[in-house]
Write a protein that binds this ligand. Sequence first.
Ligand SMILES: [Fe+2]
Length: 340
Amino acid sequence: MIFRQLFDQTSGTYSYLLASRRGGEALIIDPVLEKVDRYLQLMRELDLKLVKAVDTHLHADHITGLGALRDRTHCITVMGEQSQVDVVSMRIAEGDRLTIEGISMEVLYTPGHTDDSYSFLMADRVFTGDTLLIRGTGRTDFQHGDPRAQYDSLFNKLLKLPEETQVFPGHDYKGDTVSTIGEERRFNPRLQVTSVDDYVHLMNNLNLANPKMMDVAVPANMRQGLIQAEIARRGWAVGVAEAKELIGRSDIVLVDLRERAERERHGTIAGALHAPYPDLQENIAPGGVLHELAQATGKRLLFFCAFGERSAMAVQAAQDAGLTGARHIEGGMGAWKAGG
Ligand SMILES: [Fe+2]
């Protein structure tokens, strides 16, 4: 496995780059906007293809690199279903799996620092975001923070993991890079409480100043979805009402770009062809299934996904590949369901 812990000095943020092999798919957790060039360079050097960029929660202390990475690599952006961000490509929830080629992580909902905080568990390590830090825990006094929920996330979820599980946090300000569940259980001062009320009292009396970047970072991080407006301006988007008229016509091929777990959880549109987004380039290149379907039969591709972001990127890629009839359903399944 390729595993890199990357550090942003300004905000004390750790970002994690993972891939199962050189030349393979990569995933990044909690990228920082100012470091995007560095990540892209490293991925070129290691011959990696970024397919997913994930934030553990909506950050208040730095601006996320999610949107910039999506714009520059066409990767999928991922956050929790509770997140206040305007658009991400994919929303995850407790019990889901976050997967790329050769790597599969269990998604743990661990609210408390914020109400959209998640941790990601592999066999030997857990990425805890700001829920569990090394000898600390994430503050709970803003962004829908809740010390009671955090106690539950810590004591009933993370600390129940095997002692030797490595802990990779979202931040460190002292220079520590990694810990273990057993070590934190014994030596983390915040975890030496005897009851949930003790913990709530401790967290409610920290009297911390707000993060320096908070007024800038939170609004910026809530606006990550940009690409759909540009696609609509070019006339490549259809609304739900128009989509309903197109679907079922013999010259239209409806293409669902989501993963199987998303279809199972949220349903799909009858008659849709399943062609997950990570395989898109192969499918729309000459010889690819979608390319041949569109070219040979004169059919037009109508893409959709969860919220319209993957499908907007797919339309652009299809247009670039010469499939000029390609369109997408603006807002994806989210808009489809809202439209009845
Ligand atoms: Fe945070």
